[in-house]
Design a protein around this ligand. Structure first.
Ligand code: ZN
Length: 322
């Protein structure tokens, strides 16, 4: 049930049924204009680790002029590595980023690859095929320099693209197969623009598992249109056990005022725990981790229905409720 977690980081408690991968320090922070001071990031990550998060995407190795919010990622990686049992992950767009990430000591690399040709050209000025070649080069680099480091590809715009519109499911599956041939450990599907619906999520993850088996990775859902949790549940129902989420749903979508960015970690953990599906995360401590997040980003909206409403009377974590 540990969804391909690396054996060298036996961090997933045997009792946890799902792995919640916190992506707020990368996906969330890159989407807000303000830069969180490094000291606040470290306090936030400490609070997340204290709540029981076992995988955190702590930043991105891209040129600082492109994403000044994440310019301190190497320092954040070094700090996060101090938490025993935590898988420290960083996003890398290319070989240069992968080299920097490996030097900093990450446990896991995640590479975004657009399923939409239009998004790929606009975002990284490369065709999807050229990105598969880049992924293969990163896989070779990993094999030579750090064979114990895990390598994941997140297929972005897998459920639709704001530039191109619909994205062919055959394209998604073909790219996933190409990534596995290129030496990637896991391929996840990302609803980058919040266009997915539960029927589509079910269909595409079933096809993904049929095509690449145990290499099928995380569901990365955004809550742009309010379907984040429904899409995660749909993915869970067809066997997905790793879910990306962001504390406070950090990273509001500029095209949808009031909408949160990633699916809200607190609400996702509440959903699973209320169902009796163990996350290994202490929800009270998780809610407390909103404080250092808010302190580091004054004035930034922090979302989440569970935090607003509070835990239900008599709620016991991990106990199935009717
Ligand atoms: Zn995202």
């Amino acid at each position: 049930m540990n969804a391909g977690k690396p054996e060298e980081h036996p961090a997933v408690p045997a009792l946890a049924d799902v792995l919640i991968s916190e992506v707020g320090p990368r996906d969330g922070l890159q989407s807000v204009a303000a830069t969180m001071p490094t000291a606040d990031k470290l306090r936030w990550i400490d609070a997340l680790a204290a709540a029981g998060l076992r995988e955190i995407e702590v930043g991105s190795f891209v040129p600082a002029h492109l994403l000044p919010q994440l310019a301190d990622t190497a320092e954040v990686v070094r700090h996060a590595r101090g938490h025993g049992g935590l898988t420290v992950m960083a996003l890398v767009p290319n070989q240069r980023g992968a080299q920097a990430a490996l030097r900093a000591g990450v446990h896991k690399l995640t590479v975004p690859l657009s399923a939409s040709e239009a998004h790929s050209l606009a975002n990284v000025r490369k065709t999807r095929e050229a990105m598969v070649d880049e992924v293969a080069a990163i896989a070779r680099l990993r094999a030579e320099a750090a064979p114990r480091v895990r390598l994941e590809v997140g297929l972005s715009t897998a459920f639709g693209c704001t530039l191109q519109g619909a994205v062919a499911e055959d394209d998604v599956i073909r790219l996933a197969e190409a990534c596995v041939r290129a030496g990637v450990d896991e391929v996840g599907l990302s609803d980058t623009t919040g266009m997915a619906n539960p029927a589509q999520v079910r269909r595409l993850f079933i096809r993904l598992r049929a095509a690449i088996g145990g290499h099928a990775g995380a569901a990365h859902m955004h809550n742009t249109r309010g379907l984040g949790l429904a899409n995660c549940l749909a993915a869970f129902d067809v066997g997905v056990r790793t879910f990306d989420a962001s504390l406070g749903g950090l990273g509001g979508c500029p095209y949808a005022p009031g909408a949160s960015g990633n699916v809200v970690t607190e609400d996702l953990v509440f959903m699973f725990e209320a169902m009796g599906v163990s996350t290994g995360i202490d929800i009270t401590r998780l809610l407390a981790a909103r404080q250092p997040l808010a302190a580091g980003l004054p004035g930034e909206p922090i979302y989440g229905m569970t935090a607003e409403a509070g835990l239900p009377k008599g709620f016991v974590q991990g106990n199935p409720r009717v």
